[in-house]
Design a protein around this ligand. Structure first.
Ligand code: S3P
Length: 424
């Protein structure tokens, strides 16, 4: 994809449904009794991988553009898949499903693409094994493929070393099948969509500070889930709206759950002009966001806010590159364990575009305000890297060529069309 510098960014946009919430709706729908109806489901490759895995385990799923119907079979209704389960590029599918598979009365092998086969799985193997799971990395490298032999599970209190919703959710989902209460304490609160949705489907979940606890063996009942727009997808249009002179963008129906809204808090701290309109609080909070071009300045991003914007840091880096002054990101070592090593890739390519940026072990230091120029980008099979550099390309001199056109469809099919519509 070729992206050229633009002086126009105007209009209204509705971003696709939230990826995290879409995954969870399929999983809980499958484990519930009765039918779950999901609207505004993200038809991205990652969520389709989750659907594919549950279909292979005997769950009937009708996927139409208007809605998804999951014909749930209850907590104990999954059947052994005929072959390997394929999570594609999706870490959420791999890690959350592992928590469910750990308790099933059959063996499964779970794998994914070459990116997923390099991502760390020790973080779920460890707590699930503590619960009694029989889960091994087939190649002995703590990555997928994983062989999971269902076993009886015990409730544990797991103290996680990382604030990871995927780890927390894997343990809580396994906790549905445990012999007592399962607790997870994390160093800072990660996204809490699992806790919210588990309760909505009928599980008994309690949260206190950084600890979430679940009681075993609930009767989950199929529900209607209307998925809010994904703030992680809105992030690219938030950045475009803030950075392009004269820009004004209205983004409809964005999820603003406080465990996900770090980008909005950081953008405001950088001087960003963002207005919340039409705020709604039914289940997951949502708002329409009005974004206007703003003169941004640097800021410090560290500590407990990191998990609330972890997926947005690549595009926040682009904002920082265009802001006056210094932005420092700390405590974000998790960026190295995403679909790609997002610290090294952002630093290398932003530097090549002309930015004064230095990588650190857990973040980066960006002295913003230097002009950027277009280069060629290899996204390394990372959708958010591709989309972040598409935004950089809109403000860089010349043109920016981004390879792997299809990779954006992992989380945002149609991204380039929407970008063109707003900026041409
Ligand atoms: C996700 C959790 C986060 C996030 C990922 C989606 C989820 O990962 O980066 O895109 O849906 O639970 P970690 O749990 O590894 O932080």
């Amino acid at each position: 994809m070729i992206i050229s510098k633009t002086t126009r960014c105007r209009g209204e946009i509705t971003v696709p449904g939230d990826k995290s919430i879409s995954h969870r709706a399929v999983m809980l729908g499958a484990l519930s009794e009765g039918t779950t109806e999901i609207t505004n489901f993200l038809q991205g490759a990652d969520c389709l991988s989750t659907i594919g895995c549950f279909r292979k385990m005997g769950i009937e799923i009708d996927n139409t553009p208007e809605r998804i119907l999951i014909h749930g079979r209850g907590l104990h209704g999954l059947s052994a898949p005929s072959g390997v389960l394929d999570a594609g590029n999706s870490g959420t599918t791999t890690r959350l499903i592992s928590g469910i598979l750990a308790a099933q009365p059959f063996e499964t092998v779970l794998t994914g693409d070459s990116s997923i086969q390099k991502r760390p799985m020790r973080r779920i193997i460890e707590p699930l094994s503590m619960m009694g799971a029989d889960i091994t990395s087939v190649n002995g490298n703590d990555c997928a493929p994983l062989r999971i032999n269902g076993a009886p599970l015990h409730g544990i209190h797991y103290h996680s070393g990382i604030a990871s919703a995927q780890v927390k959710s894997a343990v809580l989902l396994a906790g549905l099948y445990a012999d007592g209460i399962t607790r997870v304490t994390e160093p800072a609160v990660s996204r809490n969509h699992s806790e919210i949705m588990l309760k909505y489907f009928g599980a008994s979940v309690n949260t206190e500070g950084t600890t979430a606890a679940i009681e075993p063996d609930p009767v989950l009942k199929g529900q209607k889930v209307n998925v809010p727009g994904d703030i992680s997808s809105a992030a690219f249009f938030i950045a475009a709206g803030l950075l392009i002179p004269g820009a004004e963008v209205l983004i409809h129906n964005v999820g603003i759950n406080p465990t996900r809204d770090g980008i909005l808090r950081v953008a405001k701290a950088m001087g960003g002009n963002i207005t919340y309109l039409n705020v709604r609080h039914d289940g997951e909070p949502t708002a329409d966001l009005l974004i206007k071009h703003s003169a941004l300045h640097g800021t410090v991003i560290e500590g407990d806010i990191i998990p609330t914007l972890i997926d947005e840091l690549p595009v926040i880096n682009v904002m920082a590159a265009c802001a006056e002054g210094t932005t420092i990101v700390r405590n974000a070592e998790e960026l190295r364990a995403k679909e790609s090593n997002r610290i090294d890739i952002m630093v290398d390519y932003l530097k090549a575009m002309g930015c004064d940026i230095t990588g650190t072990k857990d973040g980066m230091i960006i002295n913003g305000g230097r002009p950027l120029h277009g280069i060629e980008i290899d996204p390394h099979m990372d959708h958010r890297i591709a989309m972040s550099f598409a935004i950089a390309g809109l403000v860089a001199d010349g043109s920016t060529a981004i390879a792997e056109d299809d990779i954006v469809s992992v989380s945002y099919p149609g991204f380039y069309d929407e970008l063109r519509r707003l900026t041409n």
